[in-house]
Design a binder for this molecule. Structure first.
Ligand SMILES: [Zn+2]
Length: 524
């Protein structure tokens, strides 16, 4: 179990799930909770049992299906309604019966919200906090309190906002998390208010939203001012601009400030965990996310590449391996020999001097024609292999292909492709049908090759991007196609460029299949 001296408290399953477009099933929530536990967070807020049937089910299933190694579950809910006893409030009963060892109660700390939203008196709000906290404590649960709209409340009526903290602490709440619910705070003013709150003697936590782009900075400022409990969400998920990104907060505190929050080996797994969670949420990963984004340690500038080769630490703020990420070299038209050599080494090839010169020329020439290797690592690797081998080696050679597109009398449009190719000494002719010409070509080429290479059945085309590139200096516009393919263990991207969109697609498709075969262990 986590050390109680400093809390890492995750609220992805409750506050993060408020993100526009995010819709988590109970099974999704259980899967995310396992990933967060794998990272080693101390607390996972599972949702609001009683108020939301899915969350009630989450807590019920969690008791038998979650085997948490580090984290404790927290049930979220409100203080009792005005004018009833906590013991008689059905929503408080749902928190009691959730089976969660921790209950996080949300309470109003802004006088105007008490009067306008709760429509009760300031005195009764304090009584609701006192009664609910002490009731749940008496029932054996640990209680944290989220002081909602605390910072705006402090501006409106500082004495009352602080009175809320004292009341909760006296009733037995072990942490009071100050919430920047509207997300409008900046680090310096937030730190001053946290300092006042710490002065009450209560244990203080922090919950920030990113509306000013300062959620992580605000969280760090609060810790510096004495907060010992940080809340946040995986990948910064949350309503509006999101919540404080818990991964960034943890990496900053642990790697830069010397806190011992999660096991070192779990931190080294953080990039994988961040991506695994995006698989569950089905939200496209943010490649620029600090620490764990695929671009977080990607270098483009050809100018720096030779120095990076000598000492990578000159160009990165931490060793990417500390968070399970990798330094990546991007091959671009700014690339010089050093970055191509570095990329080759990253892929496991040693290039002789004239080979790397040859490869740089080839990359520059292709990029001037519209290819992009920055986004198509697999195409670059094929080019690299050809250079090292001194010839173009492939698993198959294409004699010809043909596609027809037909609009039938009923109005439906179908495509049919025929490919003729040679592989392992055989001539193969295959036909594929699809909803579009590329789909039909993809089917035909697989059909032709799957008899010889059954592993191709596991390769899927997962993304297809088309861009028209403006013609320059008298040349016509060309079409660039980027194809992303995947198998059981990962994905790869290939690129094709031509004036004709089908030919461009075919180039990318042929490389995608070739690369898939190389991954499956077939040398050409
Ligand atoms: Zn919030």
């Amino acid at each position: 179990m986590a050390d109680d001296g400093f809390h890492v408290y995750d609220t992805t399953l409750r506050d993060g799930a408020q993100q526009e477009g995010l819709n988590l099933t109970v099974a999704d929530k259980l899967a995310i909770a396992r990933h967060l536990d794998g990272l080693g967070v101390g607390f996972i807020e599972g949702g609001w049992p009683g108020a939301n049937p899915k969350d009630t089910e989450f807590f019920r299933r969690a008791q038998t299906e979650l085997d948490l190694k580090h984290a404790q579950l927290a049930a979220f809910g409100a203080t009792r309604r005005a004018g009833v006893k906590a013991a008689d409030d059905p929503l408080v009963a749902a928190l009691r019966e959730s089976g969660a060892p921790v209950v996080t109660l949300v309470a109003k700390s802004h006088d105007r919200h008490v009067e306008l939203a709760l429509r009760t008196t300031l005195e009764e709000n304090l009584a609701m906090i006192r009664d609910t906290v002490s009731h749940l404590r008496a029932e054996g649960q640990r209680v944290f309190l989220d002081a909602e709209h605390f910072f705006d409340g402090y501006k409106s009526n500082p004495a009352y906002a602080l009175e809320v903290l004292r009341t909760a602490a006296e009733a037995g709440a072990s942490v009071i998390a100050l919430c920047d619910t509207n997300g409008g705070m900046l680090p310096d003013e937030l730190a001053d208010v946290v300092d006042e709150a710490v002065g009450t003697g209560a244990r203080i936590g922090i919950h920030c939203h990113d509306d000013t782009g300062c959620a992580v900075a605000n969280t760090l400022a609060a810790v510096r001012a004495g907060a010992t409990h940080v809340q946040g969400c995986a990948n910064g998920y949350g309503e509006r601009s999101g919540n404080a990104n818990l991964f960034t907060v943890v990496a900053n505190l642990q790697l830069k400030k010397g806190f011992d929050l999660v096991p070192q080996e779990s931190l080294r797994d953080m990039t994988r965990i961040a991506h695994a969670i995006t698989e569950v949420t089905n939200v496209t990963p943010n490649s620029h996310q600090p620490y764990v984004g695929t671009s977080a340690f990607a270098h483009k500038a050809g100018l720096h590449a030779s120095a990076i080769k000598v000492d990578p630490n000159l160009y990165q703020h931490i060793d990417p391996a500390d968070v399970g990420n990798d330094m990546r070299m991007l091959v671009s038209d700014m690339a010089g020999r050093a970055s191509v050599e570095l990329k080759g080494r990253e892929l496991g090839y040693r290039l002789a001097g004239d080979q790397s010169r040859q490869l740089v020329e080839r990359v520059k020439e292709l990029e001037s024609r519209g290819h992009t290797f920055e986004a198509a690592d697999a195409s670059f690797e094929l080019l690299l292999r050809d250079t090292v081998a001194g010839e173009r080696k492939r698993h198959f050679s294409v004699e010809s292909w043909r596609v027809i597109v037909e609009r039938r009398p009923a109005g439906d449009v179908v495509s049919e492709a025929t490919v003729k190719l040679h592989a392992k000494g055989e001539r193969i002719v295959a036909t594929g049908e699809g909803n579009g010409p590329v789909n039909a070509l993809d089917k035909a080429v697989r059909l032709a090759l799957e008899q010889l290479y059954p592993e191709l059945a596991a390769v899927q085309l997962i993304d297809f991007k088309v861009r028209i590139l403006e013609g320059t200096l008298g040349t016509d516009a060309v079409t660039r196609v980027l194809i992303t393919s995947s198998d059981a263990t990962g994905d790869w991207a290939t690129v094709g460029v031509d004036e004709n969109i089908i030919e461009a697609s075919w180039q990318a498709l042929e490389q995608a299949v070739t690369y898939g075969l190389l991954r499956a262990g077939h040398s050409a």
